[in-house]
Design a protein around this ligand. Sequence first.
Ligand SMILES: [Cu+2]
Length: 164
Amino acid sequence: MNAIRRNNFNDLLRYTDMKYSILITLFTLNAYMFNNEYISADSVIVEIKTSGIDLSYDITELKVKSGSNLTIRYDNTESDMVHNIVVLQSVDDINPVGMASLQAYQNEYIPEEKMDRIIAYSKLAFPGDIVEITFVVPPPGIYPYICTYSGHFTTMQGRLISIE
Ligand SMILES: [Cu+2]
């Protein structure tokens, strides 16, 4: 009886998760369809994931209104590797932060001496993990996001575009 109940509960969770994914997909499509004029919400949740042994994010461009509360839910459940997501102040910070992170393995690959270049960072996401970061979207501009785990930053990149 308990097993049956638990299965039902899991189905419900799965269903809820599916609805959530569909919402996110719609949101993402919206972002591409309407370019600069699609969001007025104060809070935005976006899901980004990585699959298998890919060294990339499935979404590499986010357009979000400046001043919004943005939650990035990074889903590593379909990945076979360790990753994270780190949002940077500018494109010029990709190499300095990426290189410094190689030495920061004792601090989950977050280089403390480069904190002034980092807007937000997640915990390490091991295969099976989902991690989240929430931050206020900075003034209009381009803010890269990278994985700082073990040299992934050279390919594992995306960009948050903050719009008026
Ligand atoms: Cu990575």
